[in-house]
Design a protein around this ligand. Sequence first.
Ligand SMILES: [Zn+2]
Length: 471
Amino acid sequence: MCQRARIVIALPFVVFAVAAVLAQSPHPDNAHATGTNGSQWIHQYREPASRLIGEAMGSTFAWQRLAVLTDTIGNRLSGSPALERAISWAVEEMKRDGLENVRTEHVVVPKWVRGTESAEIVEPVRHPIVMLGLGDSVGTPQEGVQADVLTFHSFEELDSKASLVRGKIVFFNVPFTAYGETVRFRSGGPSRAARYGAVAMLIRSVGPEGLRTPHTGALQYSPDAPKIPAAAITAEDADRIQRMADRGSRVVVRLKMEAHFEADAESANVIGELRGRERSDEIVVVSGHLDSWDVGAGASDDGGGCIVTWEALRIMKKLNLRPRRTVRVVLWTNEENGGRGGLAYRDLHRAELAKHVMMLESDGGVFRPLGFGFTGNETGRQTVKTIASLLSGIAADQINGGGGGADIGPSVTEGRIPAMSLDVDGSKYFLLHHTPADTIDKIDPVEMAKCAAAVAVMAYVVADLPQRLGQ
Ligand SMILES: [Zn+2]
């Protein structure tokens, strides 16, 4: 099996042709139970898996489609005309692929507008700062906010010097460790500082050392604190302020931001399906989020996740591989600053959540795939581990814990649905995350094709199993 799958990488066209010739029946009906009877049942899926991998790896279709999205539409913030253009484009393209029940589902989303923004050090000497306002931040007065900067490295340090903060700009200079560790200064920092009377907040960008690249992302104001403007600055500018402060200099910064909210806007989740051949009321969801921040092109976050999950359906359709259950692709709206797409889906589909067999989200980039995260019961875990063995030839056969995603989360929680995420080599992801550098040139077409292959095989087999996943 490994040998054959390795050949798939080297000679996708040849193997695809051979596999197609060898195909007897893609849907043998004498399938064994998937529970405790060993893993003999997987053998019937080797041939369709091989065809799916061959088709995904046999072209750069996924990468080309992402290039069209990111070049002709670009970034796609909630409430922007670009996001609505992307939604219309996706609907037309899904129809062109021959997907079924292609539709949009209405979602009302917040509309945050960045406007013009800038920051500069004005004392001890003038230096421009490369910055990005944090998503959902309020703006400054037109003339800006100018104040002394106080540098902190933890919330505890801020608390211990609370009496010094009134009227100052609080600057959290916390080097990136892991996203989950460092992102709390972005989300919670503004209100922590505002409670002590700060007039603005800056953070060192939440990302590893880059080349003077600022990272935006949403903040979360607490209801009990004044709303102050907040921005991320580059590691280089953070280091400069730190050096000045360490030398005992008084550091004064002027921050100007026009950021504001406008009235909520109409948006939508985009849905396409491949209806199941037997149990079409049972659903496997694969998904990514179509919205992005308003910088870069939203290629890794998360145009790529949209395209590789959508590819699973396109490839099945093209190969005429129709699983027992329905496979549904959902391109979510408003993941970045509201999560309203995921909430709307839960509410609209509440009556059929019990029919959702599994939900998968790809929102960690489409770099070299490693496998999947899985959250569900032990029976389900053993089954997806066995399915993942079909992906050993492209080295995407790991099953780790922690499957899930921000958009599938509301439905998964309410419906107690097994949840998966595509796990990829994440070493480049946080260099690009929420930056002007999130463009398609960072994505390798072959790695992206492997991501599509992995999602296609997993979604196909889960949707086709004789028994529901986890039973
Ligand atoms: Zn994302």
